[in-house]
Ligand binder design. Sequence first.
Ligand code: CDT
Length: 332
Amino acid sequence: PRLLKVAAAQIGAIDRKTPRPDVLNRLIALLDAAAGQGVQFVVFPEIAFTTFFPRYIIRDEVELDSYYERESPENGVVDSPNVAPFFAHARQLGIDVSIGYAEKTPEGIPYNTSCYVSGKSGNVISKYRKVHLPGTLEPFDEDPHTTNQLEKRYFIPGDLGFKAFRAQSLVPRGSSSPETSSPVIGQLICNDRRWSEAWRVYGLQGVEIMCIGFNTTAYAPQLWGGDQSISRERARDGAMFHHKLVVQANAYTNATYCITAARAGWDDGHFELIAGSMIVDPEGHIVAESRTVDDELVVADIDLDACLPGKERTFCFAKHRRPEHYGMIVSQ
Ligand code: CDT
């Protein structure tokens, strides 16, 4: 067996005006809770250090710029005082983390990004920039209570593709050879999880743990299509159903574990985000999930070797895939 203890760190409500140090302290408290339980790796949500700002039309450039992070040229880690103590703490505890943030490159290009940082070295081992940006460029209206989804306005689509990597800093218990026993990791961000093409590209690279942070609006009929008169309860249930459906199904068809971490709860008292932080096994079963919409750590012991039956039998790509018939997927 290749045993690891892993966690999803769910983060509850963050308002537009919540002070940044408050969020930082909550993230650090979740790291401490993880260390207390012997967790080796924690997945945090998409845009974890602030509220989910793409829901607002923000015309004040200073406020807008305050949501983006710049990276240190030395080791790729975000070095702003609002963020750096998080990475320093993870390193102190020796915990690997995957966490999302709004990135601004030195050239000023904005991406919705997630980095994987080693708890041993404190270095960024890999980085992913969200490919599938949902929503619209223009707001539906200027009503401050309207849930907009303006990611196409505030980010450009990621340019790094879907690059799996072996996290050699994450060594299964009892193993002495990180080169062969450490997990193959993939990262997706929120809306990406609805696109099976993205999962398959990771599946083809032998992914064993898919990490997905998300902010999923519970009630936004103008975004989710279909029934415009849907009740809040039915909309919330539907959003949760589709979240679980895509994660469980794609974990199964790619024979991989998946750790999903939600930004959840009621931001500003009226923007509701679903919870649904969970750890899903390579057969598609949920092995642990959140019970609240608040800050919460979801922990599980996993055995990476549980990916083998799916990869060697039902979904042995070398034996059963028929790529000669899949051309339309990349030509259109
Ligand atoms: N953050 C994010 O990507 N949220 C989207 C909402 C989609 S709106 C149609 C999601 O897929 O959960």
